[in-house]
Structure formats: C-alpha cells, structure tokens
Design a protein around this ligand. Sequence first.
Ligand code: NAD
Ligand code: GLY
Length: 363
Amino acid sequence: MNVSEPSVTVSLASEKADRSYPIYIDKDLLSNAQLLGSLLGERSVCLVTNDTLSELYLDRVRAVLGADRKVSVVILPDGEQYKTLTAYDQVLTAALEEKHERSTVFIALGGGVVGDITGFAAATFLRGADFIQMPTTLLAQVDSSVGGKTGINHAMGKNLIGAFHQPIAVVCDTATLETLGDREFSAGVAEVIKYGLIADKDFFRFLIDNAVRLKNRDPEVLAYTIARCCEIKADVVSRDEREGGIRAILNLGHTFGHAIEKEQGFGQWLHGEAVAAGMVMATKISVARGSISSDVLDDLLLFLQCFDLPCEPPTSMTVEVFLSAMQGDKKVQSGRIRYILLSSLGDAAVVGDVSESEIAACL
Ligand code: NAD
Ligand code: GLY
C-alpha cells in the first residue's frame, strides 16, 4: 500500500504545532513493515498488549519491527477489571527498568483497554512519549484508538484517572477482527450506531438497512462502517480536542453506561453493552421530549437486538442507584449531572435538566 495516503486524518493544527495524525485502515497492516518503518524510523519501542492478543498477534508485530530495533514487550492481564493503577504501573516500571528514553514510541496492540492504559502510560512516561494505536477490536477501531482520551478506572468510577494524549498514528488492521468473538464484535457495534444517531442520519439508515450484513462481517459493509466512524470521530475531535463543547456528544449513552459498568463490577458488562443500554435510555428520553420520533427508537431496538445487545439496564439499577453512581461521572459540573440527548436524528446536545421521573420512565 502507499503509506503516504492514510484513510482518514485527524487534523489538530494550531499556531504552536501541527499534531495532526493519520489513521490507516486496511487488511493485514500489522504485517506491513514498510508502514511501521515509515512511522518509527529507528526509534525504540515499548510494545504493550495483553495475554490474549500476545498469543494471536505478537510474533507478527515483533517480526515487522525488525531484529535491530530495541523492543520491550509488556503483557498485561486481559480484562476491564485490570484497567487499573497496577497495570499502568506495570507498563511504566517495565519501560523504566529497560531504560527507555523519551524518544521511545509506545505501541498499544489490543482493544480499548490496552489502548487506554498504554496511551496514559505514554502521556506520563518521562513527561510524555509518543505512542501508536494498533486497535484490534471493532470498538477500538471505530472509537477508542482515535481522539487521544487515555486513562484507567478507579474503584470510585470509570476512566477517572487519565490524560488527553493523541497518538502519532492509528494502524487499524481490519483482518484482526476475524479472531474477535461475537460478543466483543457486538460491543463495538453499539459505538458504531451511536455515530449515526448523533452525527449522520444517512449512516444510521445505512446501518439499519445493512444490519445482517454487518453482523455477518461482510467485508464491504465493515470497511465502509469503520472508515465512516473514523471520519465522524476525526471531525468531532478536530473541532473540539478537549471536550470543551461538541465532543461531549460522543458520550451518548455513556453517563448511564458508565454507571452500569461500575455498579455491575468492571468487566461484567462490556463497555459497549453498557453503552447500548444507556443509549436506549437516552433515546427514550429524547422521544418523550418530542425531539425524535418513536420510529427511531423502534429501529434502534431492532438493530441492537439483532446483535444480542442489551436494550435495558439490569433490574438492580434503580433511579437511586443510577443517580448515586452518576454523581461521580467526569461530566458532572457544579454538582450537576450532564446527559447527552438527541435533538434530532443525526444531532445531539448536552442537557443538564433530566429529572428523576424521566429516568424512572425509561427503566
Ligand atoms: P477490550 O479491550 O477489553 O477487548 C475486548 C476483548 O477482546 C478482550 O478480551 C481482548 O483481549 C479481546 N480481543 C481484542 N482484540 C481481539 C482480536 N482481534 N481477536 C480476539 N480477541 C481480541 O474491550 P474494547 O471493547 O476493545 O474496549 C473497551 C474499553 O475501551 C473500555 O475500557 C472503554 O472505557 C474504552 N473506551 C475508550 C474510548 C476512548 O476514547 N479512549 C472510547 C470508547 C471506549
Ligand atoms: N468516546 C468518547 C470520546 O472519545 O470523546
């Protein structure tokens, strides 16, 4: 492939520096030595992955990095429950013990968990090192690898410790999805349909019409879907890198979803599953407010059911449980919980006045 032509570019030019970066999307990119060589030059690498991915893809990536390069490998335990200070410390300790310098490039080979931990380690290693995202789940390819949100969970809540730190490139090898389990694939689909709801009604319709082909991982539908999601995310992040405004709409369903993840115990509900249930709640409130028609909700429910995604929170999640858990959300301002609701199909806004009875009505 022509390595000078990324599929999508995240534009982050400012007066001080151009921190724009490419997203490469294609099959078999993990084996593309030319691409990796062009991104890394002769720089050392600290490659972070987990004990599932290391069995599947580590040898392949290790081979394209070349025998002459200094490469350290950190293998984390697999799972959201390990997205902790301990795992973050494991990465930093390995990089320090192996005497990496600020010029080292961290590589995150894995899903959103590995990507978020590695990015945060890179953000803070010697006050900031570069990193490359190599996302291997659908969720990471369409969402978490793009945009520079990095971090770890705390017992008090989801992603409460972290930093904005943009990767220098995203290398998205779509062939890695061939080994991804159905449950993990579906979790990514929840973030996919989110983009249609908040930013592109034609894409929403495309997804509704092509749900079965997407479920069957039809290569044409999948390639278009990943590229379109990255385009939308790149556009939003380019306009609002640090979530001062418009970027918050990417969190549709997440205020409720993060509460579900925390209350059920990290790792019990996959992030995408919790977002699916949270997105249904936000859509129901949007319908009740008259912002969108109930047909959109019906289409969304059928779509999520096609992927065996949950359309309701667990019954243990009462209004009181939700409100208590959501008080710890990062979006809380002056003690007020903020929600993302749909203003129309393809458009969303931050809202601070959702009442207890509105939440109760969508449980
Ligand atoms: P994950 O990273 O836990 O991966 C899911 C499972 O799939 C894991 O068991 C993993 O080992 C396995 N796996 C990954 N790739 C595989 C492959 N190709 N073949 C076989 N198995 C594979 O979960 P995820 O859904 O990728 O990411 C969820 C995380 O992403 C959450 O922590 C969430 O908070 C975070 N997130 C971050 C952002 C952001 O902007 N930074 C956005 C959305 C979500
Ligand atoms: N996943 C939300 C964001 O990147 O802003």
